[in-house]
Design a protein around this ligand. Structure first.
Ligand code: ZN
Length: 211
């Protein structure tokens, strides 16, 4: 899990040089880069397209993701998924509609990070559903797709959220709980591995394998 791809800011921000080194590391270690649909198939069937697999995700849809991702497939044959804050498309720091469409045409999946990016665990069930459905509907219309994955804002969710995510049309949901994604946690509350700024490639290789 990545967020902003930038040199400045907090530890969640990873500089583009680090990001590219990590993608290059995965490529040289023969990782297969999953799309959301492929991730779903792997989690559902336990059948992997290759021994080493990875699902690269970037949360929030920061504008700087565009430069990091627009040639990712061309340069590394790598796919990635942006979990986009749908209401963010009007903000200067976030990916524009044009950029989202461009990325989608460059093997970058755009999935749901809800409409407003508010903590779902503090909301009524109805409000949670509305945040997830409005996000999905907007993306489905904008990108002519069936959005299947949602990332819970700030990783916050409660006992109702996974069921509501499924009911609103999602097959996968990711949290910020640390660890490898596995169907035992439930497909609608998947773990992720956080990549922090400044970690070595050796550490990166370890967390990708061990969580
Ligand atoms: Zn977020």
């Amino acid at each position: 899990m990545y967020h902003s791809i930038a040199a400045t800011g907090n530890s969640l921000n990873v500089p583009i040089e680090q990001f590219e080194e990590e993608i290059s590391y995965l490529k040289s270690h023969h990782y297969y880069f999953l799309s959301p649909h492929e991730a779903y198939a792997v989690l559902k069937t336990n059948k992997k397209p290759r021994k080493n697999i990875v699902w690269i995700t970037l949360d929030d849809g920061y504008k700087n993701n565009f430069d990091a991702l627009k040639n990712l497939y061309k340069n590394y044959h790598a796919k990635a998924t942006v979990f986009d804050i749908i209401n963010g498309q009007n903000g200067a720091s976030f990916l524009s509609t044009y950029q989202l469409k461009h990325l989608k045409n460059s093997h970058i999946a755009i999935q749901n990070h809800t409409f407003h990016h508010m903590d779902l665990d503090k909301m009524t069930e109805q409000k949670q559903s509305s945040e997830m459905i409005t996000g999905k509907d907007n993306l489905d219309t904008l990108l002519h797709q069936n959005t299947i994955a949602v990332a819970y804002p700030a990783g916050h969710y409660n006992q109702f959220t996974p069921r509501l995510a499924a009911k609103s049309g999602h097959k996968l949901a990711v949290t910020t709980n640390e660890g490898l994604a596995h169907k035992d946690t439930g497909l609608l509350s998947l773990n992720r591995v956080r990549v922090n700024k400044g970690i070595s490639l050796e550490e990166f290789g370890q967390i990708i394998i061990n969580g």
